[in-house]
Every structure is written in structure tokens, then in C-alpha cells.
Design a protein around this ligand. Structure first.
Ligand SMILES: Nc1ncnc2c1ncn2[C@@H]1O[C@H](COP(=O)(O)OP(=O)(O)O)[C@@H](O)[C@H]1O
Ligand SMILES: O=C(O)C[C@@H](O)[C@H](O)C(=O)COP(=O)(O)O
Length: 335
């Protein structure tokens, strides 16, 4: 058992708030963007990917967000619905805003980058008045994604969602999800990230993301010290991710747990964090121990980084279990 107490009377398992975007993933891999000519379109945006991952694992999931009033916006909503994700709090922009695009460059399995087009992005136009309290109140878990704090009115919509989630007893998860291009300064970023993190039960981020949040506190860069700060606020679990070197989770009772990593035939690195979050949160919601939940997330991540997409490659529970078995039998080895 982990220490989190989910309110089992609620009708939905998981709701995320944040961006619904499009990933355009390079078809011709192992080359720079300048030489990449064709791309495959997928639903993207980190919180969207995590929600799709939760739904694939059988969780009753929903989303709070805003999409453009165009073909891309309709493609996103349709894809969510096909994945059994409730879209009743996904609103359509009426101001001519556009869908955020992420073109991925896959230079090698370890050298990947993302070129973002996020001018006038619809997701950042979500207003507080468009977040329905009764919708938030239904969910056992509410996940907020840090990028949604980058601009008003989305920023206020997230803080209001945090208030509703706390009021109605949800477990609140903060995926730091720091994307520098949506922010105007590192100071502004750190201020808002810290204000949000104070209100969350589970905080998940990479070492670099926590470094950004600690910019006013000298050079901490020690995982234990980083996590310790948040236990004075609301946090019960703090997870610090270290790419292919795995992850470490700290809990309020002073314990720490290392996340197992699994072999992968890596096509690209992005999507690791989102699939890890889905698998980890799924495990926690089953009442599994922290390390078992981390391993489940690690295996989900290995599946997704061995695939071309992020969202579309999100595995089912059976796929993750089979993957773990095959790794344990030596059938899957790293490329
Ligand atoms: N090359 C890899 N091989 C196996 N597992 C990986 C690899 N890269 C990432 N992972 C898994 O995915 C998790 C999250 O990856 P990370 O790169 O730290 O997150 P993000 O994608 O958010 O930057 C890691 O803790 C690890 O379990
Ligand atoms: O989050 C985005 O806007 C782009 C994602 O859809 C993308 O594929 C990605 O970067 C995934 O993030 P990660 O899991 O943190 O690597």
C-alpha cells in the first residue's frame, strides 16, 4: 500500500487540465529537421498524453482544456473521445486562436528535440469561468501541467482548479512539464511553479525542472533536499526523474524509492515522462507500493520510447505486464 487515500466515492478516476496539441513526428528518423520532409500527425501535449495513457490503462478519465475552432481542434476532441476520455469540459475557442504544434526532430535515439509553434495557442486561452467546479469535484485525481501556468487566463484557470480540487478532496498531481518557450523569464516561471507546487500532493519532475524551481535558493541539486522542502507544504510524494538513469521517489515518512528502468529499443526520447507518469499514477491508484508503481511507469516509458508516437503508443495494462515479463525473461534487450 502507498500512503495516498483516494476518495473511492467519486465517479471519475482522473482529470487533467492543460494543453491539447498536435505532435508532428518525423517519419525520416536519424536526421536533422532540415532534412526531414514528412511527419505523422498525433494528438500531443504532455497532459493530453498522460490522460490518454490513463484511459488506455482502463481509468475513467476526463480533460479540462480549450481547443481551436478548426480541423485540428476537432481532430483532438475526436481522438480523445475514441479513447473513452470525457470531453464535456473541453471548450472550443471562439477568438481565432490556433492549435499548438510540436514538430519533432529525431537526429538519433538519444538526440531529439522539439520545435514548437505556440503563437496564439488555444490551450492558453482557457478561462477560469470555463472550469466547472462540479466537473473537478467528480474526480479522485486531478493533474495539473506546469506549462498551463505560463500565461493568463490559463494560469488563473489552473489555480482555480487547484482550489476546487482541494475543496473536493482530490489527490492533486503536479507534472512540472517545464517548456521554456512559453515563458517570458525564468524568474516568472519559478515563482508560479513554486506557488502551484505548494498546493499539490504528488510532484513529478526532472532534475533540471526542479533546478529551475530552486533558482532562488542557491544551488541545491540534491534530490533529498529538493524533495524535503515540499513535505512542509502539501506534498506526500515527490518524484525526481533522471532519464535513462531512472527516477527516485521520496515520501513524507522519510523513505526513498528507486524506480526500476527497463530495456528499450529507443526510437526517440520524448514521451518517456508522460508514459512514466501514466504508469506510475495507475499503480498508485491500484494501491500498489511506490516502487512497484515506479517500475510500471518505467516499463510504460520503455514501450513509448521504442515507438514512433507518444499518445498513440500509450500501452494498456496487459501490454505493460507482458513487456515486464519479456524483459525479465531476457527477450527484450536495449538497442
Ligand atoms: N533510455 C531510456 N531507457 C529506459 N528507460 C528510460 C529511458 N529514458 C527514460 N526512461 C524512463 O522514463 C522515465 C522518465 O524519463 P525522463 O527522460 O526522465 O522524463 P522526461 O521525458 O519528462 O524528460 C525515467 O525515469 C525512466 O524510467
Ligand atoms: O508536450 C508537448 O506539447 C509535446 C508532447 O506531446 C511531446 O511529444 C513530448 O515532448 C512528450 O514529453 P515528455 O514525455 O516529457 O518527453
Amino acid at each position: 500500500m502507498n500512503a495516498l487515500k483516494f476518495n473511492e466515492t467519486k465517479s471519475m478516476d482522473f482529470i487533467a487540465i492543460g494543453r491539447l496539441c498536435i505532435d508532428l513526428n518525423a517519419n525520416e528518423i536519424n536526421r536533422p529537421m532540415e532534412e526531414t520532409m514528412t511527419f505523422t500527425k498525433y494528438v500531443g501535449g504532455s497532459p493530453a498524453n498522460i490522460t490518454i495513457g490513463m484511459a488506455r490503462m482502463g481509468m475513467k478519465a476526463g480533460f479540462i482544456g480549450k481547443v481551436a475552432n478548426d480541423q485540428m481542434g476537432r481532430f483532438i476532441v475526436d481522438y480523445l473521445q475514441k479513447n473513452q476520455i470525457d470531453t464535456s469540459n473541453v471548450v472550443t475557442d471562439q477568438t481565432g486562436a490556433l492549435t499548438g504544434l510540436a514538430f519533432t526532430e529525431i537526429k538519433s535515439p538519444t538526440d531529439c528535440s522539439i520545435l514548437m509553434y505556440r503563437e496564439n495557442a488555444a490551450d492558453l486561452k482557457l478561462a477560469p469561468s470555463e472550469v466547472l467546479e462540479e466537473y473537478v469535484a467528480q474526480s479522485k485525481v486531478v493533474l495539473i501541467s506546469g506549462t498551463a501556468l505560463a500565461q493568463s487566463p490559463s494560469r488563473e484557470a489552473v489555480f482555480l482548479t487547484l482550489d476546487y480540487a482541494r475543496k473536493h478532496g482530490a489527490i492533486i498531481v503536479f507534472d512540472i512539464d517545464y517548456r521554456p518557450y512559453t515563458w517570458t523569464s525564468r524568474e516568472e516561471t519559478a515563482v508560479y511553479y513554486n506557488l502551484a507546487a505548494e498546493k499539490c500532493d504528488v510532484i513529478i519532475g526532472t532534475r533540471e525542472e526542479f533546478d529551475m524551481m530552486e533558482r532562488f535558493e542557491g544551488n541545491v541539486t540534491n534530490d533529498g533536499a529538493t524533495a524535503g522542502k515540499w513535505f512542509d507544504y502539501q506534498a506526500q510524494i515527490v518524484v525526481i526523474k533522471h532519464g535513462k538513469d531512472g527516477s527516485i521517489a521520496y515520501t513524507k515518512d522519510g523513505e526513498s524509492h528507486k524506480g526500476a528502468i527497463f530495456p528499450a529499443k529507443v526510437i526517440k526520447t520524448f514521451g518517456a515522462g508522460d508514459s512514466y507518469a501514466a504508469g506510475f499514477l495507475y499503480g498508485l491508484m491500484q494501491g500498489w507500493e511506490i516502487s512497484e508503481s515506479m517500475a510500471f511507469g518505467g516499463a510504460a516509458a520503455s514501450i513509448v520510447i521504442s515507438s514512433h508516437s507518444c499518445s498513440d503508443a500509450m500501452p494498456t495494462v496487459d501490454q505493460v505486464k507482458t513487456y515486464i515479463d519479456r524483459c525479465n525473461n531476457g527477450e527484450i534487450v536495449s538497442s
